[in-house]
Design a binder for this molecule. Structure first.
Ligand SMILES: CC(C)(COP(=O)(O)OP(=O)(O)OC[C@H]1O[C@@H](n2cnc3c(N)ncnc32)[C@H](O)[C@@H]1OP(=O)(O)O)[C@@H](O)C(=O)NCCC(=O)NCCS
Length: 206
């Protein structure tokens, strides 16, 4: 075994700054957290992360069961923030997205219109560090759906959720080799706070 130190950046976003409106790209819908969605979040997370650099940093991302365990661990924590936890699902153009209804009802309405939530292509979760500080967990968009504003949409919706909970700042960590994600955060106004290192044991083949 060899030890490898992955360099990561902690970034922060000041929620007292104006937030960009959440623009959901045409043909997609944001679905609020409900416990019935755990497996679907795990599936979307696995599809988003399994071939990415973070699957080397956190081996739970490499398998569906690892993603399920991670989801379970997040949503059963006392500091879980459902308002910052969202699923992104493709929908037909004739689907009517309900507004101002509880998550169960929202989900039932989509299902009654034939939306297959299991086809979800993006996921994000939120935790609270304390009552003023939120933490973004595991933003992921499946490979075939990237580059059309879905990552930005999930992130902006999560930020709004943290703000609705009365928080004034949000942090996240990104692996430095993750250039696409780092560019996205920089473009959206996230600021560098500090460098951290995640120490991982890697099988040494030589
Ligand atoms: C990082 C990640 C979530 C980004 O998702 P995404 O849906 O591609 O993100 P967006 O489409 O919002 O933004 C990505 C790019 O698409 C471009 N884009 C945004 N809206 C667009 C649109 N309507 N049409 C075309 N391109 C668009 C953006 O300009 C952005 O370009 P950039 O790379 O120069 O910043 C995705 O790549 C992913 O899941 N990666 C693997 C998991 C991961 O590493 N997550 C981050 C953990 S910290």
């Amino acid at each position: 075994m060899a030890l490898y130190h992955f360099k990561r950046h902690r970034l922060s976003f000041d929620l007292r700054n104006p937030l960009e409106p959440v623009a959901v790209p045409c043909g997609f819908c944001l679905v609020p957290w409900d416990s019935a969605l755990l497996e679907i979040h795990a599936k979307a997370k696995h599809a988003s992360f399994e071939h990415e650099v973070d699957a080397n940093v956190f081996n739970c991302f490499a398998t569906r069961s690892g993603c399920r365990r991670l989801m379970q661990e997040i949503v059963t924590r006392e500091n879980f923030v459902p308002e910052a936890t969202w699923l992104l699902v493709p929908i037909r153009s004739d689907v009517i997205v309900p507004s101002a209804v509880p998550p169960r009802e929202f989900i039932r309405s989509l299902q009654q219109q034939g939306v297959r939530l299991v086809q979800a292509c993006g996921t994000i979760q939120g935790l609270a560090v304390n009552h003023l500080l939120g933490s973004v967990q595991n933003l992921g968009v499946a490979p075939g759906f990237r580059g059309q504003g879905l990552g930005q949409c999930l992130l902006q919706r999560a930020l709004l959720g943290f703000r609705q909970r009365g928080m004034d700042r949000v942090i996240l960590e990104v692996t430095c080799d993750n250039f696409g994600a780092s560019r996205l955060y920089e473009r959206l106004g996230w600021k560098f706070e500090e460098t951290t290192y995640k120490c991982v044991e890697i099988l040494d083949r030589y």
